[in-house]
Design a protein around this ligand. Sequence first.
Ligand code: C2E
Ligand code: MG
Ligand code: MG
Ligand code: MG
Length: 275
Amino acid sequence: RAKDDGRNSYQLYQPAMNARSLEHLALETALHGALKRDELLLHFQPLIDLQSGAIVAAEALLRWCHPELDLVSPADFIPLAEETGLIVPIGEWVLRNACEHHRAWRKAGRGDLRMMVNISARQFRDDAFVEVVDRVLKETGMPPELLTLEVTETMLMDDVDSSIVRMHRLRALGVRLALDDFGTGYSSLAYLKRFPIEELKIDRLFVRGIDRNTRDAALVAAIISLGQSLDLRVVAEGVENKDHLKVLREQGCDVAQGFHFSVPLAWPAFMALGG
Ligand code: C2E
Ligand code: MG
Ligand code: MG
Ligand code: MG
């Protein structure tokens, strides 16, 4: 269409398109080699039990240290990895690496900590996914009950019935499931009841305003009581300050995660947290 509009608009349009697709292509090519070149690594962010104050789990968060682009944010490359299907091998690497790190916790006497791993839609839908999880658990000696897979409402809603079947197959391996970014996707409460999940993670979008905005506070309180009435552990994401924490405690939230406690850390720094 830009062509028909005449020369000027064509010229204005074209360079921007080229730049964007070039960048995309370069990133895609680079991402292809990232695994082989050992440029991927995991950071770990602690989850804190609000009753005891202890670290009870860590969420593994993927980082890509590209030699020229520095640290590329997962928000930028996970969608690309999804699009290209690269998320399948990358996701398996994440799972294996997280389980291998857990072995180091067990050696250090911290084998009670749970490891939380994000799963993407494409990975979850992959026919081999359940077998991959099973194999990684066996090969790494990971106690299944200490592994929690984070899934989102949006990816489950694609095909609810087959998602539920798949979730049950995962539960049969002994792993646990958490619903990540809760409240931002669309799902109905009827489905929530059918999902064999253990945990709800309230998206930080809602947590951000709880100390100032009565609507946010009311929403978070509602999610907490919803979770508790379904016997789910409730985790608040994005806890950035004392005021957030104070409201969440008053509301009876179980577990919290956020910059107030710690940013995601490289493994040695995480180990030094103690907890
Ligand atoms: P998520 O699973 O919801 O992870 C939480 C994100 O919130 C992380 O961003 C974390 O650094 C950030 N965060 C934690 N506390 C705070 C806080 O107090 N304030 C603010 N503003 N942010 C906070 P990150 O590491 O950039 O990851 C972004 C998203 O990328 C993740 O959201 C997840 O959806 C995806 N992701 C990360 N690692 C993986 C992975 O290994 N596999 C897959 N499939 N997705 C991943
Ligand atoms: Mg997550
Ligand atoms: Mg989240
Ligand atoms: Mg997310």
